[in-house]
Design a binder for this molecule. Structure first.
Ligand code: 76R
Length: 233
């Protein structure tokens, strides 16, 4: 699709990249070639698009797109809708480095800000948004920094048990969507998703303070394979 003829001012985060998760259903008018072209055009702009075929009634396909300029994400969304896909849910966020991981080597920070997706050999895909509670008696944001940091260390340590089986991509969404983070998990097996999420339930940071939105589950695939599997031939 041609980009807009009028000059347009980029909307670019000062660090990291802009992210959108688009959850869509296929319809009778979905055009296979137009969907594939929408993704190819995004990649030609230098953006990343992860495609997953989804399970259950919530969506048929998910696209996780990462771009330096939010306008690129808008163009992808426009092209996918014009290709006959019905947008049924979405999530808008930005990559970030955690305030509790400022001491990590620069290479790790860059990997958080500019992840290369999808990781190899981890087809089990899961997305859900989450926040930390602000309840009376359980308010994450009134805890002193050192206490939060300690709880996040506990979280990191329990997460590292899943090294090689689970890759988390946590993107920040305070002010950009209804929850505070988007959690995208890429796992080797579907039961790795269940195991990591269950294990984290016992981390104090999740047990006392975690609040979760809807869960989306599917399988990462090449766009052409994902389209075939959801019946867009
Ligand atoms: O960046 C790092 O790897 C350092 C350690 C680490 C941080 C800072 C880490 C490790 N996470 C961090 C931050 Mn995580 N993570 C989640 C969920 O369902 C739930 O209860 C929570 C959802 C999972 C499953 C998960 C997995 N993590 C965060 C943050 C941001 C908090 C902030 O900045 O305030 C959130 C919301 C969050 C949520 N985490 C890991 C994992 C796993 C598997 C690891 C270890 C693997 C790895 O090092 O990549």
């Amino acid at each position: 699709m041609a980009s807009s003829p009028e000059p347009i001012e980029p909307s670019t985060p000062s660090e990291g990249v802009a992210v959108v998760h688009l959850f869509v259903k296929v319809g009778p008018l979905t055009e296979r070639e137009a969907v594939l072209t929408a993704i190819k055009d995004a990649e030609a702009r230098g953006d990343q698009v992860v495609t997953a075929a989804m399970l259950g009634h919530k969506a048929d396909l998910a696209f996780m797109a990462l771009a330096a300029d939010q306008w690129h994400l808008r163009r992808l969304q426009t092209a996918l809708v014009q290709a006959g896909l019905e947008l049924v849910d979405s999530y808008v966020s930005l990559t970030e480095t955690s305030e509790y991981a400022q001491g990590v080597p620069d290479e790790m920070k860059q990997a958080r800000l500019h992840p290369v997706l999808p990781p190899e050999g981890k087809p089990a895909f899961c997305f859900y948004p989450m926040s930390k509670k602000r309840d009376v008696g359980a308010n994450w944001f009134t805890l002193p920094y050192d206490e939060r940091k300690e709880l996040m260390y506990e979280h990191g340590a329990s997460g590292r048990q899943f090294a090689g089986r689970v890759q988390q991509v946590v993107t920040g969404s305070t002010g950009t969507d209804d929850y505070e983070w988007g959690v995208t998990l890429f796992c080797v097996h579907p039961d790795d998703v269940k195991a990591v999420v269950y294990t984290m339930r016992f981390d104090q940071a999740s047990a006392l303070y975690g609040e979760f939105g809807p869960f989306y589950v599917g399988m990462v695939a090449e766009p052409s394979a994902a389209l075939s599997e959801v019946g867009v031939l």
